[in-house]
Write a protein that binds this ligand. Structure first.
Ligand code: ADP
Ligand code: MG
Length: 355
């Protein structure tokens, strides 16, 4: 046998580091406390967890279920369904009926049914689900999970206790990120941390995926480098990365434009002639492989925080840029023409400011 890989080592880090206990979740302390109390008092209502992706909704309910049932009974007492499943509400209804309707021979207790992506259900399906929930309330608790609470019909909302999962704060992410990097022996620099925080927008799944993909793409090749030690010796497997995960590496991996390139683009848009600016931006985008839509997004953020730009020209620029973005979202647009259009908007606004 050349190599022994334990189960964990092949898991993506988002799964490997999924919090197993409620105490392990690094944010939403209030929600965790309330849910813990409800469980400990045997008083769990139907739940509706909502908020953007990667904020710990699934992790919270899975950890809560493990607290309620213990690892041994977790599987027999919990049913996880994807509510948006194309097979429709009838299948969901049948699975729920089968699960909630079967009595446990030796263990009592209320079962838990987790319905992920509930906001992708049609209104009809949601009305049907309302009846299902009513019917099985004696034997089961339901936990609906979704991104957009407004897409859940009021009749369902009112049957659940709602909890909103906000994007994680940088300080909450930072600790966890550094912990994982240490555990995986990834040399993570301070500007690397900042880059991951900037790009992930409070989504912990993106944080871990970005860390892992950057660390992987940074691994020096074993055949050419002496600095990587991938010695497989009996049961031991050591992997040491010596190339640091820094700002440049993170941005390159994510495909997102580097902040310094955005500075170059903005400076050119504000100072160069039409022709120079257009050529510079086209060249930069094609050599670095940037998508214009990513450039636009970062330019917008930059412009909004820039001092010294009056509201009227700023509004004009943002309006023009939003139109370029809208056109880019339509199939069949040509990036080069849209780049020229972006430059044109800046030139026009600059002329107005000089008048
Ligand atoms: N609050 C948190 N504390 C620690 N890790 C988290 C937290 N939220 C998310 N994660 C990480 O992100 C991954 C995705 O979280 P998940 O619970 O599936 O998010 P959601 O269901 O909100 O999209 C988890 O595997 C975990 O590694
Ligand atoms: Mg989820």
């Amino acid at each position: 046998m050349r190599q022994k890989i334990n189960d964990d080592s092949q898991l993506p880090w988002v799964e490997k580091y999924r919090p197993q206990r409620l105490e392990d979740l690094v944010a939403h302390e209030n929600i965790i406390n309330i849910i813990t109390n409800l469980i400990d008092n045997d008083n769990l209502p139907h739940l509706l967890l909502y908020g953007p992706p990667g904020t710990g909704k699934t992790s919270t309910i899975v950890a809560a279920a493990k607290r309620m049932y213990g690892a041994s009974k977790y599987n027999s007492m919990t049913l996880e369904l994807n509510a948006s499943d194309a097979r429709g509400i009838n299948v969901v209804r049948n699975e729920i009926k089968e699960f909630a309707g079967t009595k446990q021979l030796f263990s009592k207790g209320i079962k838990l049914i987790i319905l992920d992506e509930a906001d992708a259900m049609t209104n009809d399906a949601q009305f049907a689900l309302r009846r299902v929930i009513e019917k099985y309330t004696k034997n089961a608790r339901f936990c609906l999970i979704c991104n957009y609470v407004s897409k859940i019909i009021p009749a369902l909302q009112s049957r659940c206790t709602r909890f909103r999962f906000a994007p994680l704060l940088p300080d909450q992410i930072r600790g966890r990120l550094e912990e994982v990097a240490k555990e995986e022996k990834v040399p993570l620099t301070e500007d690397g941390v900042e880059a991951i925080l900037d790009l992930s927008c409070g989504d912990m799944r993106r944080v871990l995926n970005l860390l892992q993909s950057t660390a992987m793409s940074n691994l020096p090749s074993t055949s050419t480098s002496t600095s990587t030690d991938m010695e497989i010796d009996g049961d031991e497997k050591t992997t040491t990365t010596t190339i640091p995960v820094d700002e440049t590496a993170v941005y390159l991996t994510s495909g997102s434009p580097l902040p310094k390139d955005i500075d170059i683009i903005l400076s050119s848009l504000l100072n160069d002639t039409f022709r120079d600016s257009n050529t510079k931006i086209c060249n930069l985008c094609s050599t670095k492989g940037y998508a214009l839509v990513d450039v636009l997004q970062l330019l917008t953020l930059k412009l909004c925080t820039m001092t010294g730009l009056d509201s009227i020209p700023l509004g004009k620029l943002l309006d023009g840029m939003s139109q370029v973005e809208c056109r880019l979202a339509t199939n069949g647009t040509e990036e080069k023409i849209q780049t020229a259009s972006l430059v044109g908007i800046f030139i026009e606004t600059r002329q107005l400011m000089e008048m």
